[in-house]
Write a protein that binds this ligand. Structure first.
Ligand SMILES: [Zn+2]
Length: 155
């Protein structure tokens, strides 16, 4: 019974997890859904870009941190719809929920990332992209009594 090493630890996703192309490639090979939104891979031969968990072919790939893949001329995959952001939205919703729960409490990016199992760096990017402000700005606005929730709900 030597299976302990194979058990996935959901808290393992960290800053380092997707920081190098080697890690990203491994993640893509594993089709790890936790990487969805953290980066995208584009297939040079087909001109399509995908979420890491997509079932489509993965060879001759290039990695993108964001949907910049579209700017680079790649088309979003029809299967995994990398530009539709359902999972990213869900993550941001969870972050908002955490922040809304106690507006007076100052949460660091690290704490928030921990709460939703996303790296602080990625969380910052994601949150800013979807909500339009950083988590810090969001919290500041909350404390100032400016509701920002509507941005997310309207998406
Ligand atoms: Zn795809």
């Amino acid at each position: 019974m030597n299976t302990a090493a194979n058990i996935e630890d959901p808290s393992r996703s960290s800053d380092l997890a997707f920081s190098s192309d080697e890690n990203r490639w491994q993640t893509v090979v594993d089709r790890d859904p936790r990487a969805d939104g953290a980066f995208f891979f584009a297939v040079r031969t087909t001109g399509v870009f995908c979420r890491p968990s997509c079932a489509s072919r993965r060879e001759n790939v290039e990695f993108f941190d964001d949907t910049d893949a579209a700017a680079a001329g790649y088309r979003p995959c029809k299967r995994c719809q990398p530009t539709s952001l359902p999972r990213e939205l869900a993550i941001v919703e969870r972050v908002c929920k955490v922040l809304d729960a106690d507006p007076q409490q100052r949460m660091t990016l690290a704490q928030l990332g921990e709460a939703v199992h996303v790296s602080p760096f990625h969380l910052q990017q994601l949150f800013s992209r979807i909500v339009g402000v950083s988590p810090r700005q969001y919290q500041a606005a909350q404390r100032a009594g400016v509701p920002m929730r509507s941005n997310v709900a309207a998406t």
